[in-house]
Every structure is written in C-alpha cells, then in structure tokens.
Ligand binder design. Structure first.
Ligand SMILES: C[S@@+](CC[C@H](N)C(=O)[O-])C[C@H]1O[C@@H](n2cnc3c(N)ncnc32)[C@H](O)[C@@H]1O
Length: 221
C-alpha cells in the first residue's frame, strides 16, 4: 500500500493529468502570438515571467507523469520530511511530494504560487487527496515568500517556476540544504547560470541531466 497509487490520490492524479493533457491546446493558444524566439527570451528573462505566467494563469503546466513518479520515488528514498517547491500551479507535483511525506511518516511541504486561481485549485486538489495537512502554499512571488520562515534543514527541492529565477531561489534555500539533499529542476535548460552553478566541480553539488527536461542535483557539501 502507498499513498501515491491508491485511493484517493491515484484516481485524482489520473484525472488531473488527463485534464492537463486536454488543456495543452489552450496553453498553446495563450502564447500563439509569440515566436519561438520570443518565448525563449521570456523563459530566460528575470522580468518578463509575470507576463508569461499571467497568460498561462488557468493552465496546469504540470510535470509529466514520469517526473511526478520520480519526485515521489526520490522523496521516499531520501526519507524526506521537509520539502520546498518553487512553482505549485494546480498542485500536481505537490500531490506526488506530499504523498511521499505521508508515506515517510509526515513532514512539511512549502509550495509557492503567485496566480491566485492556481493557489485555490492546488488547495482544492490537496484537500481532495487528503494531503492538505502536510502542505502550506505561499501565495505571492517566491522571491519574497521564501525569504522567511523556512525549515532549519531542507531535504528536497523542486524548482518548477520561472526558470530564469532558479539560481535566485537556490540562493534563498542553499544554506538550509542538508548534505544529501536532492534538487529536481524542470526545464533547467532555460537557466544556464543555474546549470553552471550546480555542475561546477567545486560547487558543492553533483548534478546531471536526467531524461529530456530534468536536472537532478544532490548537495554534497
Ligand atoms: C510549470 S508550472 C508548475 C507546475 C507544477 N509544479 C506541477 O507540476 O503541477 C509553473 C508555475 O510557477 C508559477 N510561478 C512562476 N514563477 C513564480 C514565482 N516567481 N513565484 C511564484 N510562482 C511562480 C506559475 O504561475 C506557474 O503556475
């Protein structure tokens, strides 16, 4: 028995992933007026992200089912009790991580999301999954909401918000990462300064690209 694949979380995730798949046409339409170059520039910009995510404020933009499963597995194998998530959206990744916390015996997950509609959807989904007691979603820009009241040590981090900010978010969390902490960064190709940092030989991390779009990093310092 595990929380991820059994009722209520298993069927809930199946429905949410199906809805996310069905919403992908709307996601494309929301940015259809932008060229590929303009989209890439927005993904890499430290100022345009509000505009980009404002256009996508009703879209789940969820991790893939494979990445979701990877998150659950990593959180279980790390016996994670404290997790920080940059970019919560509808809470699909959050459900995977919170299910792992439940199966690890409990813990605390801090999520972050600046679109109010998405904060509400994530809270609904976590309640439907019976996991709301493990999760605090901080509404607002994570550059501000992660400045205070963090756990003394952090076992696992998911970076899945505005990609240009990954290194800035790491700045806020780094001193609390315990040795062996895991960082999963989705779409990190759009943040070369983050990749340079976690791949630097003496940077205190070991890191590799995993699959098509994940950078998997372990704190070794
Ligand atoms: C790719 S989606 C996250 C998907 C989510 N992790 C999942 O798998 O279900 C990115 C989300 O991050 C939010 N976001 C982006 N930059 C943010 C920031 N600086 N602070 C808070 N939320 C942010 C966006 O509104 C968007 O909902």
């Amino acid at each position: 028995m595990n929380t991820l694949t059994t009722n209520p979380v298993g069927p809930l995730l199946a429905r949410l992933f199906a809805e996310a798949e069905a919403a992908s046409a709307a996601t494309e339409a929301a940015v259809a007026d932008l060229s590929d170059a303009e989209r890439t520039a927005m993904m890499r910009s430290k100022t345009a992200y509000r505009d980009l995510y404002g256009r996508l404020s009703r879209d789940p933009l969820a991790v893939s089912p494979e990445t979701g499963r990877l998150l659950y597995m990593l959180a279980r194998s790390a016996k994670a009790r404290t997790i920080v998530e940059f970019g919560t959206s509808f809470g699909i990744s959050t459900l995977h991580l919170a299910a792992a916390l439940r199966d690890n015996g409990g813990g605390r997950l801090i999520g972050t999301e600046f679109e109010p509609f998405k904060v509400a959807r994530a809270q609904e989904n976590l309640a439907a999954g019976g996991l709301a007691d493990l999760v605090e979603i901080r509404a607002g820009d994570a550059l501000q909401t992660l400045r205070t009241d963090l756990p003394d040590t952090i076992d696992l981090v998911l970076l899945d918000g505005a990609t240009a900010l990954y290194a800035d978010i790491l700045d806020l969390l780094e001193s609390r990462l315990k040795p062996g902490a895991v960082i999963v960064a989705d779409n990190a190709d759009f943040c070369p300064d983050y990749l340079d940092r976690v791949r630097a030989p003496a940077g205190g991390y070991l890191s590799l690209a995993y699959g098509d779009d994940v950078e998997l990093t372990v704190r070794i310092g």
